[in-house]
Design a protein around this ligand. Structure first.
Ligand code: TXA
Ligand code: MG
Length: 326
């Protein structure tokens, strides 16, 4: 089965989204864009449809999915946000923030049997329209388990051609890294996965810490290897990245390895320029891994300071490769 590919305009999606919504209503799988990465969606209340997400993605059953909503009322229909969650919803929804709260009626298959459910409202017109026309949508990132997340429809097709019914193509996603996952059932709040909303932004309103620093068992998903290209990935953190990377590359090339370098503001053969800001870095990170992976045995990537968005970037890089200080 070749997926039906529906092209749309990210800023002005039209009635073509109705066709994708029909697939969701019929219990089929639809990959769709959000502001973070592409998601692989199914009707969140349809157990059979959700089961197929786990199957095609190769996702362990103990790793719960995020439920995506398009209106605040939908949250109250399926979950029970507390006061803190309500305030975070008011400040950050729609946006790259996922809130873990008490579950009300989302099936166990979505929550991996937990008493809680993770909910987010994407800040993307296509995603919002799709949900509006169908139902709340359970969706992980639309990549095979373990692979870099997709920031373009082409990435989804690379991983799932022949396995899903529909892909909505609205071009590249904006942020490029997944949402921040926050547990609102504990206080101080705990960040289970750093992402598009930074700790510094949440801290303006509430006390918050990284779960990994408190020693809380992590978000189920965080224990798995992730985001990894087939090529070996090494990440160099510190000053003088490009010179060091060229030196390392030369050594490996002598031994017949094909080497790619990804960093901010770099130019040259087999070099991927990630842009000139942390935002650009986040946006281009997964694309760089996927593109260099096609032609290299070794990828050398720049590392950044673990502050602001840099925390989410380094979280992904640590899972995908080996970190070295220079
Ligand atoms: O930006 C995003 O969040 C993207 C787009 C498509 O929305 N989605 C995404 O989903 O990254 P996924 O499945 O790749 O990651 C969801 C994360 C996993 O680490 C999972 O363990 C965690 O959220 N999670 C989901 N439900 C949870 C719950 N009830 N308690 C704790 N963690 C939960
Ligand atoms: Mg994922």
């Amino acid at each position: 089965m070749k997926p039906r590919i529906i092209k749309t305009n990210a800023e002005k999606p039209g009635e073509e989204i109705l066709e994708a919504a029909e697939y969701i209503k019929q219990g089929k799988l639809v990959a769709f864009p959000t502001e973070t990465v592409y998601g692989l969606g199914a009707d969140a209340l349809n157990e059979k449809a959700v089961r197929r997400i786990f199957e095609v993605k190769g996702r362990p059953a103990d790793n719960p999915l995020i439920v995506h909503v398009s209106r605040i009322e939908q949250i109250y229909e399926i979950a029970e946000p507390n006061d803190v969650a309500e305030e975070l919803i008011e400040k950050f929804f729609p946006g790259p923030l996922t809130l873990v709260m008490k579950n009300k009626k989302v099936p166990k298959i979505v929550t991996a049997g937990l008493e809680t459910v993770a909910i987010r409202m994407p800040n993307h017109k296509v995603a919002l329209k799709l949900i509006d026309y169908s139902s709340p949508i359970a969706a992980p990132s639309a990549n095979k388990s373990g692979k870099p997340s997709p920031t373009k429809a082409e990435h989804v097709l690379e991983d799932f051609n022949g396995e899903i019914e529909c892909i909505i193509d609205a071009g590249e996603t904006i942020i490029g890294l997944e949402s921040t996952v926050v547990d609102t059932t504990v206080y101080p709040l705990e960040i289970l996965r750093p992402g598009g909303v930074t700790k510094e932004e949440i801290e303006r309103y509430f006390e918050v810490r990284f779960a990994e620093e408190v020693g809380t068992p992590k978000s189920p998903g965080m224990k798995y290897r992730h985001y990894a290209p087939k090529a070996e990935l090494i990440v160099l953190v510190g000053d003088g990245f490009f010179e060091k990377a060229l030196e390392v590359a030369k050594n490996f090339e002598k031994r017949g390895k094909r080497v790619g370098i990804a960093g901010l503001g770099i130019k040259g053969e087999n070099c991927f320029n990630l842009g000139d800001s942390l935002q650009d870095f986040a946006k281009n990170l997964f694309k760089a891994l996927r593109e260099l992976d096609k032609k290299c045995d070794l990828i050398i990537m720049q590392g950044v300071e673990e502050k602001g968005l840099g925390k989410a970037i380094m979280n992904r890089l640590k899972k995908a490769g080996k970190i070295y200080r220079i």
